[in-house]
Every structure is written in C-alpha cells, then in structure tokens.
Design a protein around this ligand. Structure first.
Ligand SMILES: CCCCCC/C=C\CCCCCCCCCC(=O)SCCNC(=O)CCNC(=O)[C@H](O)C(C)(C)COP(=O)(O)OP(=O)(O)OC[C@H]1O[C@@H](n2cnc3c(N)ncnc32)[C@H](O)[C@@H]1OP(=O)(O)O
Ligand SMILES: CCCCCCCC/C=C\CCCCCCCC(=O)OC[C@@H](O)COP(=O)(O)O
Length: 272
C-alpha cells in the first residue's frame, strides 16, 4: 500500500519535472505558485508564534517573520549580495525608500530589514488570508491608495508617532510593483513624512530582476540580486517647499544606483 503511494508520488514529481523542462509557462506557474503556497502556509504557522511571543500587533513580530522569510530564497536559488548595511545605523527613526519590482521583494526586504522598522502597504493586503494576518501582526501601516486624503492623514499620523515610538518606516515610493528594470516616478508621501518628522531618508536599491524574473516572458530562474543601502539623506531644517527637490534628488541617486547594480551604465548617463 505505502509503496503504491510512493510510486504515485514519484510519478507525479517526474511528470511535473518533465512539464517544467518542456514548458516555460508551466515552470513559471509552478514556481510562483510554490512561492504563494510558502507564504500562505508559513504565515499560518508563524502567526500563532507571533501571538504567543509578543501577544498581538507589534513591530517586534517582524524579527520572527524575518527569520522565516529569510529561508525562502534557498527554495528558489536566489542569492543576495548586500552592501552598505552600516548606513542604517542612524540615531533614531528614519524613512527607508526602495524600488519595488515584484511580490518576490518580500524576500529582499527581509534580507536587510533593520530592527523596529514597519512598512507602508496597500490596505488590500490586509484581506490576503493568512498573509494578511501576518502582515497585520507585523505592524504594517495600511493606506488606502484610492483616497489621497485618507492616505495623507495616515502618513501625517505616522510622522507624529514614529519619533515617539522610535521606529523606522519603509516606503516603496513608486507606489506599485514595477519590473521593467527602471524606476517609476516617485510619489511624494515618503518625503513629506521625512520632512514632517525631520528624520533622514535612507535609500535602498535592488538590482533589476529582469535577467531571471519576467512574468510576461514566463521567466523565473535562479539568480543573484545586488542590494545597496545608500548613505542617509538628512532633512533637518527642510520644509514642505523642499519636498520636490528632496524627491528628485533621491530618485536620481536611486536610478543611477539601479542601473549601476544592474549593469546598465549607458542609461545612467541619460537620467538627468
Ligand atoms: C511568515 C511568512 C510570511 C510570508 C509573506 C509575508 C512577507 C512579509 C510580510 C511583511 C512585509 C509586508 C510589506 C508590505 C509591503 C507592501 C508594499 C505596498 O503595498 S506598495 C503600495 C503602497 N505604498 C505606497 O503607495 C507608498 C507610496 N505612495 C505615496 O507615498 C503617496 O504619495 C500616498 C499614498 C501618500 C498618496 O498617494 P496618492 O493618493 O496617489 O496621491 P499623490 O499624487 O502621491 O499626492 C497628492 C498630493 O499630495 C501631496 N502629499 C502626499 N503625501 C503628503 C503628506 N503626507 N503631506 C502633505 N502632502 C502630501 C503630494 O505631494 C501631492 O501634491 P503635489 O502638489 O502633486 O506634489
Ligand atoms: C480569504 C482571501 C484569501 C486570499 C489569498 C491571497 C493569498 C496571497 C498569498 C500570497 C501572496 C504573497 C505575497 C506577499 C506579500 C506581497 C506584498 C506585495 O508585494 O504587495 C504588492 C503591493 O506592494 C503593490 O501592489 P500592486 O503592484 O499595486 O498591485
């Protein structure tokens, strides 16, 4: 009886392997599907641990979540090469801004995430089943992207509390996923937040995924991601009039870094 099941299991695995070899679409769907399954299952297993250890919604849960998510890269053959972690060592709170290419970014996020750092996320994520629960327990700040007024109110509240609670806030200033190998124009919320709280902005750049991940081409292989934490940009003394300049400066620096890390030096020259 057991041998029968074993043979069936082996046959299914063999079939999947052959299908993956033959069809890039099957390979892509299975690998991305596996990522979803990992996220859903490990969120369900990690949520009770977070509740038992820390009792509820708190940024301290991010340490537990980080430990779990950092193991995911081994399943997909992803390697991260991180530089500049010392740039996170600023005194007190800060706004961290980074490029956002895919849902796979959660692995890259956890690779470098400093302690006591919450992310800003779209409120729809709260309803993503067990993943929503774990994101809620981790203290993620939810914003409604369909209402500028309410998003701005939440961000203004964060500006007040981040100093009191001494937390860093991670924002994806492109506001959505973008896997083109370039940056979308930055939204200004993160920079308003930094100026309102008078805290530094720390840019983090991940090299382009396009060589190993492209949903349009059903591409998802193993790969190496270079990550660079850039020096903090200070905002002491800046006012709301300086937000546009601050945003542009940060955008230019991050775009140049993105092209350098992704081996596209010629385009960096075009980015004026
Ligand atoms: C254990 C296993 C687990 C496995 C799975 C889980 C893994 C990990 C779990 C934890 C990690 C979870 C992390 C989740 C990350 C999720 C990422 C996302 O969801 S990204 C999408 C959401 N984020 C953003 O959108 C952030 C960037 N957006 C902004 O900053 C925007 O500006 C805004 C959202 C604040 C407002 O956007 P919008 O309505 O589009 O309006 P704008 O055009 O941007 O602004 C209009 C004008 O208002 C000005 N403005 C903006 N903010 C402010 C402010 N705070 N104060 C004053 N004024 C503000 C802005 O400058 C515009 O004016 P203008 O004159 O045009 O300059
Ligand atoms: C009861 C409902 C069940 C729903 C189940 C859904 C399960 C989803 C499961 C796994 C997904 C793993 C994703 C990990 C978190 C990813 C965060 C993320 O990258 O969000 C995207 C957001 O930044 C930008 O969104 P858009 O590009 O604007 O869109």
């Amino acid at each position: 009886m057991e041998l029968g099941w074993l043979l069936w299991g082996a046959a299914v695995l063999l079939l999947l392997h052959v299908l993956m070899e033959l069809s890039p679409a099957v390979n892509f769907v299975l690998r991305i599907g596996f990522y979803y399954v990992l996220c859903i299952v490990f969120s369900a297993l990690t949520a009770p641990v977070c509740l038992l250890v820390n009792g509820g919604r708190t940024v301290k849960n991010m340490r537990i979540i980080k430990t779990v998510v950092k193991t995911f890269k081994y399943f997909f053959g992803l390697r991260f090469e991180v530089k500049g972690l010392e740039n996170f060592e600023v005194e007190g709170p800060a706004i961290i801004v980074s490029n956002h290419q895919s849902i796979l970014d959660m692995m890259g996020l956890m690779e470098v995430l400093p302690d006591d750092c919450v992310q800003v996320g779209k409120k729809e994520l709260m309803y993503a089943g067990t993943v929503g629960l774990i994101i809620y327990l981790g203290g993620v700040i939810f914003i409604n992207r369909k209402s500028t007024t309410s998003a701005k109110m939440v961000m203004a509240e964060v500006a007040k509390t981040m100093t009191a609670d001494n937390v860093k806030v991670w924002v994806y200033p492109e506001g959505t996923r973008n896997c083109t190998g370039d940056l979308l124009p930055f939204k200004k919320g993160a920079f308003h937040l930094a100026v309102q709280a008078q805290v530094p902005v720390i840019p983090v750049v991940y090299s382009s995924f396009t060589t190993f991940y492209n949903p349009k081409k059903n591409l998802f292989t193993s790969g190496k991601i270079k990550v660079e934490v850039l020096p903090p940009i200070h905002t002491k003394g800046l006012t709301s009039d300086d937000v546009t300049d601050l945003t542009d400066r940060c955008f230019r620096t991050m775009r140049e870094t993105l092209f350098r890390l992704s081996g596209r030096p010629s385009e960096a020259k075009d980015s004026s």
